[in-house]
Every structure is written in structure tokens, then in C-alpha cells.
Ligand binder design. Structure first.
Ligand code: DQA
Length: 143
């Protein structure tokens, strides 16, 4: 079973972007960590990143055909995107939400995420380790 790991805007710069908040690991490191956990459960994974809302919507549409589960860090679109929520609502498998930082400890405009309404669970404030923990949960749900 394939798990999609979707990443929203600015996360292509992970490792270089505000390292005091997001750390120094890159998306390549995230993929390596998640792949190792996925393998333990007989799962595989594919990591995608986009800075464009509509492209993320289309990645979710492709997930409908290809993926058994979605791990998503919608980044800033968490707080604004009804379109991403609607797309996730067309997906039948489990959805887990990840935020590297603790969004509730930050500006009030980050406190609400549309995606949480659809997600089976959410992890935040665990740094990039949150992705691998979410993959472990996928393993419990689907492995
Ligand atoms: C983020 C938190 C969002 O508020 C922010 O816009 C991001 C990253 C996180 O992983 O902590 O880009 O989703």
C-alpha cells in the first residue's frame, strides 16, 4: 500500500527556512525517515511538495486512485483552504495532519486548520519527527 506525504507552500525550503522554528532537516530527510518506518509495516511512500493550492488539490485527486492513506502538512493553506479540505473529503482512506511547529503556540491566525476537520489525527510541535510518527500511525491503521 502506498502512502502519500503531501507538503504545502514553502516547505521546499525546509532546512533553510526559519531553522529556529522548523529545524535543519530537509524534505529529503523526511522522506528517508518515513520510508524506513513505512518499510517496517510493509508500506511504501511517495513525498510531494507544491507551492500551488490547485496542484495540491490535484495531487489529492491522484491519491484517490493511487494511495491508501495521506499524510499532509498543508503549511499556510491549513489556515485558508476550503478547497484542500473539500479535496480531502473525496478521499476514502485515512488522512493524518502534520505540523512541524506547535501552531497553537504561534500567531492566532495559525490556530485554526480546515484540514483538522477531515483528519483522523494531527501531530504538531514534534519537529520533522512528526512525519515519521504519523507514518507509524499509518502502519497501525493500514499495515
Ligand atoms: C506549518 C505551520 C503553518 O502555520 C505554516 O504556515 C507552515 C508550516 C508547520 O509545519 O509548522 O508553513 O504547517
Amino acid at each position: 500500500k502506498l502512502i502519500y506525504i503531501l507538503n504545502g507552500p514553502n516547505l521546499n525550503l525546509l532546512g533553510k527556512r526559519q531553522p529556529e522554528i522548523y529545524g535543519t532537516d530537509t524534505l529529503d530527510d523526511v522522506l528517508a525517515n518515513c520510508s524506513a518506518v513505512a518499510e517496517e509495516f510493509g508500506l511504501s511512500c511517495k513525498l510531494l511538495q507544491s507551492n500551488f493550492e490547485g496542484e495540491i488539490v490535484e495531487q489529492i485527486h491522484t491519491a484517490r486512485e493511487e494511495a491508501a492513506g495521506i499524510i499532509i502538512n498543508p503549511a499556510a493553506y491549513s489556515h485558508t483552504s476550503v478547497a484542500i479540505l473539500d479535496a480531502l473529503n473525496t478521499f476514502e482512506g485515512p488522512v493524518l495532519e502534520v505540523h512541524i511547529s506547535n501552531i497553537h503556540q504561534r500567531e492566532s491566525f495559525r490556530h485554526h486548520s480546515y484540514v483538522t476537520q477531515r483528519a483522523e489525527g494531527a501531530i504538531m510541535g514534534f519537529g520533522v519527527e512528526g512525519y515519521a510518527l504519523a507514518m507509524r500511525r499509518m502502519g497501525s491503521l493500514l499495515g
